[in-house]
Design a protein around this ligand. Sequence first.
Ligand code: MLT
Length: 266
Amino acid sequence: MVDDFSMSYIDSAEMTTILLIHGFPLSSALWWPQIEELEDMVRIIAPDLRGLGDSDATPPPYTIEMYAEDCVSLLDTLGIDEPVIVGGLSMGGYVALALYREYPERVGGLILTATRAAADSADGRVNRDRAIAQVEAEGIEPLVTGLLPRLLAPDTVAEEPALVAYVEEMMRGSKPDGVIGALMAMRDRADSTELLSRIDVPVLILHGQQDQIVPLAEAEAMAAAIPDARLFPLEAAGHLPNLERADVWNMAVAQFVATLQASGTR
Ligand code: MLT
């Protein structure tokens, strides 16, 4: 009621909310093409995980569950208690799966990009320890230089220098304690493979066909194990398909959101 009549109105904040969780060692800046292009359709909450981007770096160790709890605390602080669509890229996908495991009532759908359900192998854990020792001894620069070309498809590196520079700057913004904490969290993360068959919300899986960090086969395995999952492989994209093929990633996500809205799930 407004004064003496019932007024109908649109409140643009009354939109489906997507929580987008970035990968390693990145920040919420990962999601700029989504903030720009999807803002009329969805409300996007994109945190900087503890120790990364502009968030404070508490002393490590961190865990993937701690990141998930931080994200839920952010939703609580914003007064969002309805289920949201949770999207995560790579390490952000590990967090999204942990968030679903720990707080299923907060999740209305999942968008898993360039990620996997399995835990680190024994060799993988040894490599995390080496990376931790290197950051402790030399700072983050060697990690940035070594990882950057592997994050993007070879064609992206050759043809999109501005995008390469953007990702490099984002990586350089990470604090050493945040990077060490993230490496520990990834090294010690739980295996989520068993969880997959119990996921009872719709799931969209997006994966670059030229991903050099997480092979496409990992995404195919997740899609086969999750009851309601759709896999969307992206051509000419590496480990950051939402940046490298933002148009296609956004279109797939917009369709996913529209389907959830039409079915009344969100
Ligand atoms: C990421 O992109 O978040 C990480 O590279 C994932 C990982 O190292 O497992």
